[in-house]
Design a protein around this ligand. Structure first.
Ligand SMILES: NC(=O)C1=CN([C@@H]2O[C@H](COP(=O)(O)OP(=O)(O)OC[C@H]3O[C@@H](n4cnc5c(N)ncnc54)[C@H](OP(=O)(O)O)[C@@H]3O)[C@@H](O)[C@H]2O)C=CC1
Ligand SMILES: O=C(O)CCCC(=O)O
Length: 484
């Protein structure tokens, strides 16, 4: 189905915001397609290093007066931005479904989730209090200030085209920084619409540039610039590692939200029905294309068969299709490469003895649609055990003991989200403490919220987003030592 007519057509803008000016898509533009239909929904500019440098310079100049405004003043602009986002929720959701493919209800849910970061940081930025520390000598007084880092560069992915931007822009702008953003080439319209609304909210335009185009040229200019004092990135570990390296010569502050390989453990003492519900959301949210999606599901022997049957029945009753159609639960995968990765993982598991109890094939709708899949009899020799599938495939591993399950869960270089279902209180504490992950969902499959620190350990990244900690990523401490 094509995108419905927008209430506010100006939100779908085929232009980028560079150094305070809207730059339209010219001859040399990027076509944005709907992954469900292949239809071209619009074009955005193909910009590079020169425009990025211009945006950084404008951001440098705009940042100082922005930081000098009162926190309440900045908060008011952010709150207006939040309100405009929520007022445009239907349009922003429709644009997201058109360019990303997720079902409309889920897309609108992401808009609300994205807006919640702006609201949260509008509130938080008024409380970036410093400290007064008792002096180390009788004539010394020690004061600690928190100040914005300055110009921030942000690079964001296609899977959450709104929320991954607001989770970075809210705290950065709230702290008094300027931001230069490069959204994913596959989902730029959601980002550009945020720029349109930011302008209407009264955000000084030079403060927030949005550039589409060559990732390596824009990323190269961002990382090389000595003016950019922090880089915040969400995406693959491979690109994150490259950016980390590129930032080394200019010693930038770094926030990296990278790949995951989340384990989901179901113990014998779990409420199995609740665990099935949790697995559906943890595994199949955004059709499995979320870095916190359960990638490996470990189920204890005593409840393995029951869990497998109930999960397959539940997922089997859900619908795959175009995100604009009524009652759709799962959309297409983002592109052909995403589909091929899913196919490769399923074929590999099948060839090594896994049993398909649901799906297991490309969906009859064609394109990049894949049938939601549940596999049993999965073992560690299979690709699904070590690689992030990023698709609707639930591989079920069987385990006997708690120790075995925790060891298996931790046997990965990743450490973003993890989940487990159990009722024994001692086990709940033991397992929570033993999992080498930045986040643990206990008897829940959904952990994302603006109020909690989101982030990973090991190859899953650096830093935290959301919560009061998310603000710290964009601030520096300055210590004043006063001789009185
Ligand atoms: N942690 C997470 O949330 C995500 C994880 N992934 C994982 O990564 C896999 C690949 O997805 P993919 O979209 O390719 O992720 P990428 O890491 O390639 O893309 C994320 C962002 O980084 C940009 N980018 C890519 N290369 C560079 C570069 N050299 N310098 C600067 N920026 C760059 C992309 O731009 P452009 O779009 O223009 O290429 C996009 O804006 C997925 O299958 C999944 O496993 C993917 C997305 C999100
Ligand atoms: O990095 C991602 O894949 C997006 C995380 C979505 C969330 O906040 O739950």
């Amino acid at each position: 189905m094509p995108m419905p007519k927008l209430n506010d057509p100006e939100l779908l803008k085929e232009a980028c915001l560079v150094a305070g000016k809207w730059v339209p898509a010219g001859e040399n533009a990027i076509e944005v397609t709907n992954p469900s239909t292949g239809e071209v929904i619009g074009r955005v500019p193909k910009l590079g290093a020169r425009e990025t440098d211009e945006a950084i310079e404008a951001a440098r100049i705009a940042q100082k007066p922005w930081a000098a405004r009162t926190a309440e003043d900045r908060a008011n602009v952010l709150m207006k931005w939040h309100d405009l986002m929520m007022a445009a929720q239907d349009d922003l959701g429709a644009m997201m479904t058109a360019e990303q493919g997720k079902p409309l209800a889920e897309a609108k849910g992401e808009v609300a989730y994205g807006a919640s970061f702006i609201k949260w940081f509008a509130e938080e930025c008024r409380r970036t209090n410093g400290e007064v520390i008792p002096g180390h000598q009788p004539d010394k007084r020690i004061v600690v200030l928190k100040q914005p880092v300055g110009v921030v560069a942000a690079i964001t992915p296609w899977n959450f085209p709104n929320a991954m931007i607001t989770r970075k822009a809210g705290p950065a702008l709230g702290a008094g920084c300027a931001m230069v953003l490069k959204p994913a080439s596959q989902t730029p319209f959601s980002a550009i619409a945020l720029g349109v609304l930011a302008e209407r909210a009264g955000l000084p335009l030079e403060l927030f540039s949005i550039l589409t185009g060559s990732a390596s040229a824009i990323g190269g200019a961002m990382t090389a610039s000595p003016t950019v004092r922090a880089l915040t990135f969400t995406g693959s570990t491979e690109v994150g590692a490259k950016l980390y390296e590129q930032c080394a010569p200019t010693i930038k502050k770094l926030g990296l939200e990278l790949g995951g390989n989340a384990p989901f453990l179901v113990f014998d003492d779990a409420d199995v029905d609740a665990a099935v519900d949790g697995a559906v959301i943890a595994k199949f949210r955004n059709n499995g294309q979320t870095c916190v999606c359960a990638n490996r599901i470990y189920v204890q022997s005593g409840v393995y068969n029951e869990f497998a049957e109930k999960l397959a029945a539940k997922v089997g009753s859900m619908k795959t299709g175009d995100g604009f159609d009524e009652g759709i639960n799962f959309g297409p995968l983002i592109d052909e490469a995403g589909l091929e990765k899913v196919r490769e993982h399923v074929e590999d598991a099948k060839s090594k003895g896994a049993k398909v109890i649901l799906g297991g094939e490309a969906h009859e709708k064609g394109g990049t649609f894949w049938q939601p899949t549940v596999l049993t009899g999965v073992d560690t020799s299979m690709k699904v055990a070590t690689e992030e599938t990023f698709g609707p495939v639930a591989p079920l591993f069987r385990f006997e003991t708690e120790e075995e399950a925790v060891d298996a869960a931790n046997a990965t270089e990743f450490g973003l989200a993890s989940y487990f279902y159990a009722r024994d209180l001692s086990r709940v504490w033991r397992v929570s403490e033993a999992l080498d992950y930045g986040m643990v969902g206990i008897n829940t499959g959904l952990i994302s919220t603006a109020v909690a620190p989101f982030g990973g350990v090991k190859h899953s990244g650096l830093g935290r987003e959301g919560s009061s900690h998310g603000m710290e990523e964009f601030m520096e401490l300055k210590y004043l030592c006063m001789n009185v």
